[in-house]
Design a protein around this ligand. Sequence first.
Ligand SMILES: NC(=O)c1ccc[n+]([C@@H]2O[C@H](COP(=O)([O-])OP(=O)(O)OC[C@H]3O[C@@H](n4cnc5c(N)ncnc54)[C@H](OP(=O)(O)O)[C@@H]3O)[C@@H](O)[C@H]2O)c1
Length: 246
Amino acid sequence: MANVVITGASSGIGEFLAREFSRRGDKVLLIARREEKLRKISKEINGEYRVVDLSSEEETKKLADYLKTRRVDILVNNAGRGSFGFYEDQNDDLLMIKLNTIAPTILSQAVIPQMKERRSGKIVFISSVCAFVPLPFMTTYAATKAFNLFQGRALKCELNQFGVGVVTVCPGPVNTEFGGVARVPGSMTGLPRDGVESVAKEILEKIDQEIILPGVWGKFLGTLTRLSPNLISSRVAYRFLRPLVG
Ligand SMILES: NC(=O)c1ccc[n+]([C@@H]2O[C@H](COP(=O)([O-])OP(=O)(O)OC[C@H]3O[C@@H](n4cnc5c(N)ncnc54)[C@H](OP(=O)(O)O)[C@@H]3O)[C@@H](O)[C@H]2O)c1
């Protein structure tokens, strides 16, 4: 049985990862802001929860201090959100940067020492296929996901010698609350996407890999954007997204 901490576990990928970890017998601590949802899920999976706003550095540091006092075998840095539209109109980009990049940094730095000491443990970064392409109209979001990708891949090399694993996950479009939160236009939310439950299952199956492109869309878009020069993929994305911005 592993002690697992999952951020952003009140919905979407985080919720279903929590359910999968619990199904295999692990003990899960769920982190997010919506207490009602956390209470319900943690009751169903016999886990624990803490209400934390991870876009607040102060609250994240308090959580980090708490994690230092308990055993953490697996940390899943999943909480995150996107934003869509013209760059200068994204008034809450700074909070998104804190949530998507600063929180996983603070939390990972808090648990790595105990993992190194035990010579075991795993850190999971939920990035995105957006990490492979400088993405117009989701500029800051894609940059934060590139941060997660580089963070995960570099840490993987750094921690390998200490027996601590790191995996970076790059999903494509997944059927969660993400599109609504990111204010993605309705015409895009109608596009096909991967099922959240199967994505969560695949992440657990492949957790010992260095990088996971879960789902059909994750594999398709991830492979395409990894193989295409950035200049081309950015321009193709611009042509596709420009009419949707208005
Ligand atoms: N769905 C996709 O198409 C897709 C594709 C690629 C990558 N991803 C990545 O997958 C991860 C999970 O997203 P999802 O698709 O599962 O979306 P989701 O259903 O919207 O879940 C986001 C989770 O993050 C939590 N969260 C948001 N802001 C927070 C804050 N300030 N403090 C603490 N928790 C916060 C939310 O809980 P509360 O609102 O209760 O706080 C929720 O549990 C994100 O990192 C996202 O970038 C998603």
